[in-house]
Design a protein around this ligand. Structure first.
Ligand code: C2O
Ligand code: CU
Ligand code: CU
Length: 473
């Protein structure tokens, strides 16, 4: 149902409509800063063994103001966890918030008991040991809380970090690393005059998802990064609740997508722009050897269509690259990256219809007519089988990034809407953007027993109940 129909169904006349503040019903425009003068925060790297305290700390995000953030650890940004395939992870999460929380390892293939299912909450003043072994391909994964109905709030208030898996096969590609490999966590927030984060979604934000006017990268407002004249690798996470970005370089230069979500692509994909939806990751190479020292170029989000009427209306800058140093570029991008074995022999197709039902007391965003119920198993899957899951958004007019826990899948088709598999969807994915009018099919092999969720990664939709349980038996 679109907004006009919704208002009609509500019986809103123009009189009532005019009382609704305009801001509630239009695209939330990012505030434009011309002055990208804040050095980009870079997270500290840890290796997957140790303590993670979840706590509220005050940090300065906006000049002279103190912002309370929910944080993993002490610093303004969650630590980046970087491990090798085969590593044993042992992380003790101590919850020092006044609310239940937990960690979901988005993209990682972990036992059901370690997955951060909404059933598995860690109460205030309690701790939990997350222990699992990494057994998957190289990729850019992430971690965040998953308390049902509070995920959006806890992520927006600061809880989101990257979890990078490396393999010898990937090492052999000699991709830019160290100071030339930069994580970029893109998020949007709303602040009050005192610098406090505002998060209190009303009807419209529950419909469209929360969108803040202030865009941050690595919790830095209006950031810049000094770069040398060579190739860099960027691990990009859209850690926003709902906002979709259309990543572009301001001078329209090409960049190379080398990976997405949980894996590296078979071949680099040369692009001028790419959409990244909430929960998705992109592994991107940018060649700054084309620029001269002293020049500047922005990573921006340019306008886009086909994603409903609440997204993509404005272009805005995300990050300024200041080219400050001449360096000889020795990196050669090979045309072959990491082969992705194609999943096949799907034995069953399940279809999931995405539906919006306004004013439904049990949540407006539904999958197959249902909203989340903790103790109901919605789908039972046989261990070891391969299935096709279809997300059917053909009747609706909002975008939904659909995410399945416990697996990495492959996109096999998209019909309607954009009608194609996109360049960054040719490898392992765990979240796929299903645009209005689209039906997207993914093929999945279920290799972990237990109860997991799948849901829309628009966090307000998820918190509103657009999430179901599946169990592998
Ligand atoms: Cu990143 Cu269930 O989510
Ligand atoms: Cu997940
Ligand atoms: Cu959604």
């Amino acid at each position: 149902m679109n907004r006009k129909e919704f208002l009609r169904n509500l019986g809103f006349g123009s009189l009532v409509l005019s009382n609704i503040s305009c801001q509630d019903y239009i695209d939330v425009s990012p505030l434009q800063s011309t002055d990208f003068k804040n050095p980009l925060n870079i997270p500290e790297t840890i290796n997957g063994i140790g303590n993670l305290d979840v706590q509220i700390l005050e940090k300065t995000l906006i000049d002279n103001k103190k912002t309370s953030l929910y944080l993993y650890g002490n610093s303004v940004l969650a630590p980046l966890i970087r491990v090798q395939k085969g590593a044993s992870i042992k992380l003790k999460l101590s919850n020092q918030l006044a609310y239940p929380t937990n960690i979901h390892w988005h993209g990682l293939l972990v036992p059901a008991a370690m997955d951060g299912h909404p059933d598995q909450m860690i109460m205030p003043d309690h701790a939990f040991d997350y222990q699992f072994v990494i057994n998957q391909q190289a990729g850019t994964n992430w971690y965040h809380p998953h308390p049902h109905e509070m995920t959006g709030e806890q992520v927006v208030r600061g809880l989101a970090g990257l979890f990078i898996v490396e393999t010898p096969e990937e090492k052999a590609l000699n991709l830019p690393s160290g100071a030339y490999e930069i994580p970029l966590i893109i998020q949007d927030k709303k602040f009050d005059q005192n610098g406090n984060i505002k998060y209190n979604p009303k009807m419209n934000e529950k419909m469209n998802g929360f969108m803040g006017e202030t865009i941050l990268v690595n919790n830095t407002i209006s950031p810049f990064l000094n770069v040398s004249t060579r190739f860099y690798r960027f691990r990009v996470l859209n850690g926003s609740s709902a906002r979709i970005y259309n990543l572009t370089l301001s001078d329209n230069q090409d960049f190379y997508i080398i990976g997405a979500d949980g894996g590296i692509l078979p071949n680099p994909e040369k692009q001028k722009s790419v959409l990244i939806a909430s929960g998705e990751r992109l592994d991107i190479l940018i060649d700054f050897s084309k620029y001269s020292v002293g020049s500047e170029v922005f990573l921006e989000s340019k306008t886009f269509g086909e994603m409903g009427d609440a997204q993509g209306k404005q272009a805005f800058n995300l990050l300024k690259f200041a080219v400050t140093k001449q360096e000889t570029n020795t990196f050669q991008l090979s045309t072959k990256l990491i082969a992705v074995p194609k999943l096949s022999n799907s034995t069953k197709t399940r279809s999931f219809e995405i539906v919006m039902k306004m004013l439904s007391s049990s949540g407006m965003h539904k999958i197959n007519g249902k909203t989340y119920k903790a103790d109901r198993i919605d789908e039972t899957v046989n261990f070891g089988t391969t299935e096709t899951w279809e997300f059917d958004n053909s009747k609706e007019d909002q975008p939904h990034p659909m995410h399945i826990h416990g697996v990495q899948f492959q996109v096999v088709s998209r019909t309607g809407g954009r009608n194609t598999i996109l360049s960054h969807e040719k490898g392992w994915k765990d979240t796929v953007l299903v645009a209005p009018k689209e039906k997207v099919q993914v093929i999945v092999k279920f290799e972990t027993k237990g109860k997991f969720v799948f849901h829309c990664h628009n966090l307000e939709h998820e918190d509103d109940g657009m999430m179901l349980n599946y169990e592998v038996v």
